[in-house]
Design a protein around this ligand. Structure first.
Ligand code: GUN
Length: 294
């Protein structure tokens, strides 16, 4: 069994990005600039955004954090998005989700200029991704693709079962794994909370990508000997021994599943660190105008 070390890969990718940025700047080019918009004080969002800003520093990017209180109006937030669309110094930006209930997330996403949508959430990026055109691919699926690539994991013709059908992970993951390229070319099945044959599908899978947000859902009896298991789960469970008061639990019962696997990602330290790196890669592409030109 090989443990997929997302932390190590993410450090390596950040190093590669930083080297490229220094080359760009040395040649007189512009330092990539990512802006992040954070609304309110949700603990998870605060941590994610702080980590994104930190990763920008490591990569040599400029970053700007724009904060609003929970009571910001939808119109104020949309005006901020429009300003960032127009700001020539900002190469890409994200609006951290979730947003307060009185603001339409979809409206915010659709107001972002798709050419600066480094989250890859805009319908133009989602649509282009689904038909294999150049675009910004959302962070988690792209991070998983990078792990499969860096570990040379065979995907062609393999049976890949994806657990979960979210817009952010399950759906784009299915699109990418069925794409005619590497990693991809797999036979993809998407299972979710209403699937009647979920366990049977899993038992036949060469690759399982678990993204349903149910801690320890995937047990040893659901996994074929030699399978590749990618765990996207990051549920916070209370843990009094930690300073934070919680720890992260994956969707896979790691201790009993790992011995059966050819490859498996741990939680934490697997997919998680790769998601921020994917955002950094998209920001580098945005800085270079590599996806949509000028
Ligand atoms: N909330 C959870 N994941 C993400 C993400 O990748 N991007 C944004 N903007 N918000 C998130």
């Amino acid at each position: 069994m090989t443990l997929i070390d997302g932390k190590a890969v993410s450090e390596q990718v950040k190093k590669e990005i930083a080297e490229e940025v220094e080359k760009i700047v040395a040649a007189g080019g512009k330092r990539p600039h990512l802006a992040a918009v954070l609304v309110g004080h949700d603990g998870g969002s605060e941590t994610y955004v702080a980590n994104k800003v930190k990763a920008c520093e490591v990569c040599g990017f400029k970053s700007t954090l724009i904060r609003y209180e929970e009571n910001v109006t939808e119109e104020e937030l949309l005006a901020c998005v429009r300003r960032l669309n127009e700001d020539a110094d900002v190469d890409g930006f994200i609006v951290q989700l979730p947003l307060p209930k009185h603001i339409s997330e979809q409206k915010v996403i659709e107001t972002i200029d798709y050419r600066k949508d480094v989250d890859g959430f805009h319908p133009i990026n989602v649509g282009r991704m689904s038909i294999g055109l150049p675009c910004y691919i959302s962070a988690t699926p792209n991070g998983i693709m990078e792990l499969l690539r860096r570990y040379n994991i065979e995907t062609q013709g393999k049976k890949c079962v994806i657990l979960g059908r979210s817009n952010i992970v399950g759906k784009p993951m299915a699109m990418l794994m069925m794409q005619k390229s590497y990693p991809g070319d797999a036979t993809v099945t998407v299972c979710h909370s209403r699937s009647k044959t979920l366990r049977e599908e899993c038992r036949e899978a060469d690759i399982i990508i678990a993204a349903m947000g149910q801690p320890e859902f995937v047990t040893a009896d659901m996994v074929k000997e030699g399978a590749v298991v990618i765990d996207v789960g990051t549920t916070r469970v209370p843990d009094a021994t930690r300073k934070s008061g919680f720890r992260l639990k994956g969707d896979v019962k790691f201790d009993e599943v790992a011995p059966k696997c050819s490859y498996i990602t741990p939680v934490p330290g697997g997919v998680g660190p790769m998601t921020i790196v994917s955002l950094m890669k998209n920001t580098l592409l945005a800085g270079k105008h590599a996806v949509y030109g000028d």
